[in-house]
Design a binder for this molecule. Sequence first.
Ligand code: ADP
Ligand code: NA
Length: 321
Amino acid sequence: MSEKKLDVICLGAAVVDIPLRPVSRDMFDIESYPVDKIAMTVGGDAMNEATIISRLGFKTGIIACIGDDAAGQFILRSCKKDNIDVEGIKIDPNIDTSMNIGLVTEDGERTFVTNRNGSLWKENIEHVDFEKMKQAKILSLASIFNCPLLDGKALVEIFKVAKAEGMTITADMIKPRLGETLDDIKEALSYVDYFFPNFDEACLMTGETDEAKVADVLYNCGVKNVVMKIGKRGCYIRNADGAMIVPACKGVTAIDTIGAGDNFASGFISAILQGKNIRECGVYANCTAAISVQHTGATSGVQNKEMVEEMLAKYHRDYIL
Ligand code: ADP
Ligand code: NA
């Protein structure tokens, strides 16, 4: 095969988050409400994944749509800083870049204020630059259901093109926003080489609650490798060779699991690119996610490959004993 320009292309959402903390439930009783910090951060599944994969040393691009606005420029600037190829980002002057205001109380309760007309809700197959996509070895569909217009039918169309190019396809998911079911994505899943749902999402999709059964249902949809995230227990992998659990890193105190899933997928994809076997990919993914959960936010933990390698060395010491 001809030399590929990119290792990975991440397709999905690139948004701006504005976390506000600490706030209290009676904030409307106060005329001007002070918080410790107000700052924009980049977010969105594709943005988070691309950022981490790029930091882990791979040539990474994003396919997403943003508006012709300040939030969109902020995203582009962040991509530049993290060495992410932005040729696949479509600036659509008719939409506003999605911004999420996160309100977090002292004791960790949270809610989000989101724009129901933002780019996340408007992104569709027309925004997908197929020529850009074909430049990569791996297509990562950052999360099924995150951009609702990228529905099962659109994904089948996209995945067919990727497969015709010999690309590996990975996909994460979030809980459906519009009541979609497994039937809606079954055909799309049959193209997926590595699928990264977490256990709750996978239960919801399959209607099963037993780990093995949940994974079997997804495997029987044609997913080559079901890689189910099971929180502090690590991940459960089901493929043609059977099933195994790859345990999580020991001795980790999780302070913020936001973006843990994105970091897990990023680690896993980076390990595939390093030619590791599936168990080693699971270990590498667990190590990447473990760093993430010890920091606030999705991209403030993992800064470089050395951090993951250090965690990996500790992992192997912990599990040999
Ligand atoms: P999601 O963030 O998608 O809900 P999980 O909560 O299952 O997914 O977490 C993703 C990954 O983060 C896990 O598979 C695991 O590798 C890692 N992880 C989460 N919590 C912990 C923890 N307490 N200790 C070590 N690793 C963790
Ligand atoms: Na997730």
